[in-house]
Design a protein around this ligand. Structure first.
Ligand SMILES: NC(=O)c1ccc[n+]([C@@H]2O[C@H](COP(=O)([O-])OP(=O)(O)OC[C@H]3O[C@@H](n4cnc5c(N)ncnc54)[C@H](OP(=O)(O)O)[C@@H]3O)[C@@H](O)[C@H]2O)c1
Length: 283
């Protein structure tokens, strides 16, 4: 396919680069700033265009932030050819945010990669093997897009009804941002007792925990530690030790709430044990 990229950020540039590896031809790059457009142009070997002057393409990738999807879709609507695909990558939005191009004969697709992409290089490395949530304006197109993602992006694509996309995205945010925030909690606590390199201590633990979950049927099944063992005395010792350290205490309490909620939902502890453990924080 001839592919045009609008929004030369982390996800859009990485997806274009991965498609180029599979012999799709990147014919245009457009972005808000000349610097981003030039960097993507160099990486992808494609010419830079103004957003509203795109050349003919079979697939237009909208790598713009969620809030820019509707205005950018309206801006390119006059340049899309009938039957062309227009993709965005937002998790909680469906194809209806692309109505302007769909009204002009294009097929709008919401294609959300379930991956954290802090840089273009990280995205290129991690998107292969990742899951994708796909919703298109034309249901027949969904089959083709799922095939394309599975084959050319080495993805695991699932078709989603538009109305569940926000729930789908909430799961991705809870997992990715939640994991990072829980790691940050451990880092804060260790830094407070002058451990120089908290990630050297916590990294192998985090990787082991993730591996246990992947091999052992998920986080609920493989949750370990004092909460699922109902060890209130151990939690009390943590609380007493952290009480005079306000930052670490607040973060630990938030993590404990998360652990207790997950343990109850998984049927690993009962409501009364949960209440007793959380009561330790109020003493
Ligand atoms: N990053 C992730 O982990 C991740 C994961 C899954 C899905 N997503 C989704 O992927 C999409 C892109 O996210 P991202 O993280 O790749 O964003 P990003 O790195 O911030 O890139 C967004 C790009 O869009 C450009 N842009 C902004 N407004 C524009 C406009 N009006 N016209 C043209 N270009 C415009 C920016 O331009 P300049 O640089 O030129 O100023 C920037 O290069 C979002 O829908 C996001 O929800 C992101």
């Amino acid at each position: 396919m001839k592919v045009a990229l609008v929004g030369a950020g982390n996800v859009g540039t990485a997806v274009a680069a991965l498609l180029a590896r599979k012999d799709h031809e990147i014919v245009a790059v457009a972005s808000r700033s000349p610097e981003s457009a030039a960097a993507a142009s160099k990486r992808l070997g494609a010419d830079v265009y103004a957003v509203d002057e795109l050349p003919q393409a079979d697939l237009i990738l909208l790598g713009v932030p969620d809030a820019a999807l509707e205005p950018v879709s309206a801006k390119i609507a006059g340049r899309v050819s009938g039957g062309a695909y227009v993709w965005h990558f937002a998790g909680s939005f469906g194809p209806s945010v692309l109505d302007a191009v769909v009204d002009n004969g294009a097929i709008g697709c919401a294609t959300h990669p379930v991956q954290a992409c802090p840089t273009v290089d990280a995205a290129i490395a991690r998107l292969p093997g990742s899951a994708w949530g796909v919703t298109c304006s034309d249901p027949a197109a969904e089959v083709r897009i799922v095939e394309l993602i599975d084959r050319d992006l080495d993805g695991y694509a699932l078709v989603l009804p538009e109305e569940v996309r926000s729930i789908w995205h909430a799961a991705a945010v809870a997992t990715s941002n939640g994991l990072a925030a829980v790691l940050a909690t451990g880092e804060t606590i260790l830094a407070d007792i002058d451990i120089d390199d908290p990630m050297r201590v916590l990294g192998p633990l985090a990787e082991g925990t993730l591996q246990n979950a992947r091999e052992g049927g998920g986080g609920a099944a493989t949750l370990t530690g004092p909460v699922v063992r109902g060890e209130k005395e151990t939690v009390r010792r943590h609380v007493n030790a952290l009480r005079d350290r306000p930052g670490p205490f607040m973060q630990y309490r938030a993590a404990a709430f998360l652990i207790v909620q997950a343990a109850v939902a998984a049927g690993r502890i009962d409501e009364q044990t949960a209440e007793e453990i959380m009561a330790e924080f109020g003493r």
